[in-house]
Ligand binder design. Sequence first.
Ligand code: G3P
Length: 215
Amino acid sequence: MKFFLDTAERDEIQRMTELGFVDGVTTNPSLLKKAGAPYQQVLQEICALVSGPVSAEVVAEDHAGMIAEGRELAAIAENVVIKVPMGSEGLRAVRGLREHGIDCNVTLVFSTNQAILAAKAGARFVSPFIGRLDDVAQEGMQLIEEIVQIYENYEFESELIVASVRHPMHVVDAGLLGADIVTMPTRVLEAMFQHPLTDIGKEKFLAAWRDVPKA
Ligand code: G3P
């Protein structure tokens, strides 16, 4: 089970990388806007911090524009993966970018059919947005369950990235279903370390240690 950080905040990425929990990073235009520096510089800095794949998203709306933008982004660093929006133009761009040896992450996936098409187009990664489905009262994890099963049935090589993760239970559920990767905001990864009984237990042991006879 791999963990990607869904952020463009370099300080957060550095902190979590030092802890050894960052297998990759995903960004999108909203996250790059928050980062508040030229996107090329931000991506370069992220790619220098992380050896795994770093997704950078194209914003062109036709396949030719996506391919051109994707090639520019891929030139930033060796580990850049191009995030392409789901759709006929996006999937055409996936095939085109593959011809240039560039890997893609198909984003904004909200149905099992879309995930099947993305795999057939040769996407290295496919990103269903489960939190946004939960937001509209559709069971995001149901989608993950179906995709995991179908990718197994046909031995599709695409790796599933569970995206739009909002809380640590999403990580647990993704693990139970056997999803390859979870991309999460830093606060979700940080929350995974925490349990109130751990804090209480530590305090009790420290208090006891104060009264342990010492030579
Ligand atoms: O990786 C996709 C993610 O950035 C979208 O998350 O919270 O905006 O639905 P959210």
